[in-house]
Design a protein around this ligand. Structure first.
Ligand code: ZN
Length: 260
């Protein structure tokens, strides 16, 4: 079983009537239900309002893939939790960033760029093209599919060049956007997926739900995660495999110079 956790900011669902009517149990529960349609996935939820935002270390240690939806409260997410999530990704946990999570602390940290874009909230049609046919995240999808009402996100999207661009969106108003991007950060697989504005029923759409399940399977760690074994250890190697002639000076010998 792939252990997925859907993290939801859970703010608009409780403060805005439109959003509450579309997602009466919260967006996070709608997304988790989409994932749980697949018998290979066991999805649970966590929210901003829980202690440690529902993501204590013990929970992350038992998480294969974390999904993240946030918009209004990025600044309320504790830096400690962000550091913890980044460390889990570097150690192999998969991370899927949804829609306005492009501005989340964790995505900006992992990208190292502003992650800004253009937008327009006009409920226009979005046509999502599969640009990498055969990619596991696009499995089972037609050449393109449409969402009747979505918020527009437009280029330029200031993120690093991705490993793969799985989807490109066209909007009724004329803009285009790279909607599905993959990255590797440390040992972790990272996927950014654009659709999902809270005022529209995007996470009820069958194609969107399929993409989310595919993405969780794609982001599942290739090897068993072990919280005690960091994928990228920072350590001195005192003994060389081949004979070498040592040349001084040995500044780092005692490890107390702070330069390691
Ligand atoms: Zn939005």
């Amino acid at each position: 079983m792939i252990r997925a956790v859907v993290w939801g900011e859970n703010v608009h669902e409780r403060t805005n009537e439109t959003v509450a009517s579309i997602y009466p149990a919260g967006m996070h529960n709608c997304i988790a239900a989409a994932l749980n349609e697949d018998p290979a996935i066991e999805a649970t939820t966590a929210t901003l309002q829980e202690r440690e935002h529902g993501l204590p270390q013990s929970r992350l240690d038992r998480t294969d893939v974390l999904l993240w939806w946030g918009h209004a409260a990025h600044g309320k997410v504790s830096d400690d939790v962000v550091e913890r999530v980044a460390d889990a990704v570097w150690g192999g946990m998969g991370l899927i960033l949804l829609h306005s999570a492009h501005f989340s602390k964790i995505f900006k940290k992992l990208m190292g760029t502003p992650c800004s874009l253009t937008w327009r909230e006009a409920g226009e049609r979005e046509r999502i093209w599969v640009t990498t046919p055969g990619h596991p995240i696009a499995e089972g999808l037609p050449d393109y599919f449409e969402l009747e009402h979505e918020e527009m996100y437009g280029e330029p999207f200031s993120v690093p060049e991705p490993l793969e661009t799985v989807f490109v969106s066209w909007f009724e108003g004329g803009e285009v956007f790279r909607s599905g991007l993959t990255y590797r950060r440390g040992a972790g697989s990272v996927f950014y997926f654009r659709p999902g504005h809270e005022a529209y029923p995007t996470y009820h759409d069958a194609n969107i739900r399929l993409v989310l399940r595919n993405a969780v399977k794609w982001a599942n760690p290739r090897t068993t995660r072990n919280a005690d074994v960091h994928a990228a250890p920072n350590r001195a190697v005192e003994t060389a495999l081949e004979p070498i002639e040592e040349r001084g000076p040995k500044l780092h010998a005692d490890g107390e110079d702070g330069l390691r």
